[in-house]
Design a protein around this ligand. Structure first.
Ligand SMILES: NC(=O)c1ccc[n+]([C@@H]2O[C@H](COP(=O)([O-])OP(=O)(O)OC[C@H]3O[C@@H](n4cnc5c(N)ncnc54)[C@H](OP(=O)(O)O)[C@@H]3O)[C@@H](O)[C@H]2O)c1
Length: 304
């Protein structure tokens, strides 16, 4: 109890690993040295066996003595052993594995952070969509919210706040479907029109509280308000652009898509249509002609 306390050598984990590694390397090099000596002795023995003791004297391969091939094969294993000791074990040993693992962990952590940030950004949107769906479940649903859009194969819908193509039949279809209904749009899409379209109620979404628009155009500050304004319309249409489509895709019941069978450069895009959420119910193909520079299809999707 009162005796002198025995001093314990203090070696930390890192030092211990270094020592163990050094011991391992010494063992590997010793084994290689033994292999080398065995190779020399063995080779001399094989040569003597063949040339002096005449063992297998008549056996030749490609006109050469067999011991030559035996020595070559052994030499190959010796070189492989050298390679393992000085390349594989030296550079790809435990510490290399640990470094790779650390790198992977850092990459995974960064990805998790990115996902967290994305989730943080999308959370209000998802919450809004859930609130809207809940409110719809409570009330009797009276209108079918429909997205109407023309998108290229690469989902481009516009560039420099303009449409990319002119397809006469698509415009006619847009006109006949939306005629007499509410058309809900983002402020930028509204500003891309020379003037409001006849016989439709325009609902424009903006975050600006003092946004001025011609008489008859309804200004709202959220998508939810826009849908509320149009609640007595049996078929209000979301007519774009990219920002509004992205948010409305979570709420819509139907999509009227004109798929233009071409890829275009754009700065506004339609979001991907998730096949697990949407069912295609109509698909009508149109070829090119003098009024249509591109092939396109009219597609209808309904929520599953
Ligand atoms: N191919 C088609 O079928 C089609 C259809 C329509 C449009 N387009 C094209 O699409 C492009 C325009 O799309 P875009 O994405 O740039 O703009 P956009 O969706 O038309 O409008 C974006 C604007 O809407 C407002 N906004 C968006 N989300 C909001 C929210 N949650 N609450 C309140 N306000 C909100 C903001 O207005 P403030 O900045 O004023 O706050 C925002 O800048 C154009 O090139 C157009 O030609 C194509």
């Amino acid at each position: 109890m009162f005796g002198k306390k025995k001093e314990q050598p203090q070696i930390d984990k890192e030092q211990l690993e270094l020592i163990q590694n050094a011991q391992k390397r010494i063992k590997q090099k010793k084994r290689l040295y033994v292999h080398f000596v065995l190779f020399l002795i063995g080779s001399v023995f094989i040569i003597i066996a063949n040339t002096v003791l005449n063992i297998g004297k008549d056996f030749k391969l490609l006109g050469k003595e067999w011991f030559l091939f035996a020595i070559l094969i052994w030499l190959f294993f010796l070189i492989y052993h050298v390679f393992n000791v000085f390349i594989t074990h030296k550079f790809m040993g435990k510490s290399w594995e640990k470094k790779q693992l650390d790198k992977l962990i850092i990459q995974q952590k960064t990805r998790i952070e990115q996902l967290k940030n994305e989730l943080h950004k999308e959370a209000p949107l998802i919450a809004e969509s859930e609130r809207y769906n809940e409110s719809l479940n409570k009330k009797e649903k009276t209108s079918e919210l429909t997205i109407i859009v023309a998108a290229a194969e690469n989902d481009a819908i516009g560039k420099d706040n303009k449409l990319i193509w002119h397809l006469s039949d698509d415009l006619k279809r847009f006109k006949s479907l939306t005629n007499g209904h509410h058309i809900i749009m983002g402020r930028k899409t509204f500003e891309s029109f020379p003037k409001p379209l006849p016989n439709r109620t325009h609902v424009v979404i903006t975050r600006q509280t003092d946004y001025q628009a011609p008489e008859g155009v309804i200004i709202v500050n959220s998508l939810e308000d826009a849908i509320n304004v149009a609640k007595n319309d049996p078929q209000p249409y979301i007519i774009g652009g990219g920002e509004i489509y992205k948010q409305a895709l979570l709420l819509a019941d139907k999509i009227e898509l004109t798929r233009v069978h071409e890829n275009f450069e754009g700065d506004a895009f339609f979001p991907e249509i998730d096949a697990s959420v949407w069912t295609e119910t109509t698909n009508v193909f149109h070829t090119k002609d003098d009024k249509h520079d591109y092939e396109f299809s009219f597609l209808t999707y309904v929520r599953k």
